[in-house]
Design a protein around this ligand. Structure first.
Ligand code: S3P
Length: 184
């Protein structure tokens, strides 16, 4: 099948930054959205892993969360310099004031919002998320969703991710709203 590419150079002035909880599909939607826009795709977690030459799990275990968060600030600062890029972020990136302020200034931010139940369904069988490697991870998700919602809501656009929506559906939804200038 032939894919049509949508060029959005005329509507997008900075990078598009996907934010939201773990397991909402920021990476897979980001890859698809970048493909539709003919933009580059980058992932902040992958960039942190590359810079540290370690997995996220190992960074948390060896150096602790605070160290990871510092790396996240540095990596986001660098990634935000790109113009034609879609940046998928780790779930806690937009919660950091320093990162959120930079993203708000330099990018278009999109919150992928899903229910805690759907998030749990997506993450429960996948390792590699140190914040959930504790007793009762489902309760941790509920708590993080509640604690973080106000900050995620500061994104320029909110897209609700519901059960059964694949990455192409979500990416096209974002693209249409970018085209019509329909933010929030
Ligand atoms: C985190 C989310 C993870 C990763 C780290 C911390 C968070 O990224 O950055 O484990 O604080 O929500 P994903 O959202 O890609 O899982």
């Amino acid at each position: 099948m032939v894919q049509t590419r949508d060029t959005a150079a005329h509507i997008v002035v900075g990078p598009i930054v996907l934010v939201g909880m773990m397991g909402v599909g920021k990476t897979s939607v980001g890859v698809k959205l970048a493909e539709l826009l003919d933009f580059e795709h980058v992932d902040s977690d992958a960039e942190i892993e590359k810079a540290a030459n370690r997995s996220i799990t190992d960074i948390f275990a060896e150096f602790g969360e605070a160290h990871f968060r510092e790396g996240e600030v540095r990596v986001m600062e660098r990634l935000l310099a790109a113009k034609n890029a879609v940046i998928s972020t780790g779930g806690g990136a937009f919660i950091q004031d320093a990162i959120r302020e930079q993203v708000k200034k330099r990018a278009i931010s999109v919150w992928l919002d899903a229910s805690p139940e759907l998030i749990w369904d997506h993450v429960r069988l996948k390792p590699g998320r140190p914040l959930l490697a504790k007793p009762n991870p489902q309760a941790i998700i509920n708590q993080l969703c509640a604690e973080r919602a106000d900050k995620y809501a500061m994104a320029d656009m909110r897209v609700e991710v519901r059960e059964g929506m694949d990455q192409t559906t979500v990416a096209k939804l974002i693209l249409n709203r970018l085209k019509t200038g329909e933010l929030a």
